[in-house]
Design a protein around this ligand. Structure first.
Ligand code: PGA
Length: 253
């Protein structure tokens, strides 16, 4: 396969400190057989130092769930990309639908966060995806294109080539509803076509991963699709065995 599969655990706002350490350890142990799959976990900010220690010397990567839209300075409650980079963070989830919904994040601000992440050598995972309403109105591709264009406008084509895109239909997140393999593939293919219009052949190298109730039982069908290059896993990433089973499915492609 031309793209290395990428499976990322989004732990969201879950777990005590000891849980984070234990889960990180279990992920290292249980996914050790899947070195051909790039694996990473994204704990809450405050658990990053401990999980960074736990993951040191392993091939499981570390990610954060957001970063600030400016360099360090006067912005109470925010965390700058530079601080994440100091902790050994390699990835940063940006524009997650929960941030868009509950924290009113929008395209321009997300693009500014993306720029900060790139400047500090972090690999952004840009989340895009539609509500059920938008899907039923047949406007999914247009909305997803607008979300991606928000970053393109600010950073130019190169910026997108350096990131990962996560297609996460909002109606599938935490609901137990999953996009069918065909639904996911259709949107992933349209995202890749959009990228190709801007960055040409480099679009073939960009990982487009799926998120939204992905679990061991449905991962294989999704990951077998030609443009589904991995997963962004919420609920199922809190159980190491489930996460490892998804990595196994990604290894089989
Ligand atoms: P879920 O979350 O797997 O619990 O649906 C995915 C996500 O929000 O990244």
């Amino acid at each position: 396969m031309m793209r290395t599969p990428l499976v990322v655990g989004n732990w969201k706002m879950n777990g005590r400190l000891a849980d984070a350490r234990a889960l990180a350890n279990a992920v290292v142990e249980q996914t050790a057989g899947f070195a051909a799959v790039e694996r990473a976990v994204c704990p809450p900010f405050v658990h990053l130092p401990a999980v960074s220690e736990t993951l040191a010397g392993t091939d499981v990567g570390l990610g954060a769930q957001n970063c600030a839209d400016t360099p360090p300075g006067a912005h109470t409650g925010e965390v700058a990309a530079e601080m994440l980079s100091d902790l050994g963070v390699g990835y940063v989830i940006l524009g997650h639908s929960e941030r868009r919904q509950f924290d009113h994040e929008e395209e321009a601000g997300i693009a500014a966060r993306y720029a900060q992440a790139l400047e500090q050598g972090l690999r952004p995972i840009l989340c895009v995806g539609e509500s059920l309403e938008v899907r039923e109105a047949g406007a999914t591709d247009r909305l997803v294109a607008d979300q991606i264009t928000g970053v393109l406008d600010r950073l130019g084509a190169q910026g997108l080539g350096d990131g990962v895109i996560a297609y996460e239909p909002i109606w599938a997140i935490g609901t137990g509803l999953t996009a069918t393999a065909d639904q996911a593939q259709a949107v992933h293919a349209s995202i890749r076509a959009l990228l190709a219009r801007h960055i040409g052949q480099a679009a073939d190298k960009v990982r487009i991963i799926y998120g939204g109730s992905m679990k061991a039982a449905n991962a294989q069908a999704l990951l077998a699709q030609p443009d589904v290059d991995g997963g962004l896993i919420g609920g199922a990433s809190l159980k190491a065995e489930e996460f490892a089973a998804i990595c196994a499915a990604a290894a089989r492609g």
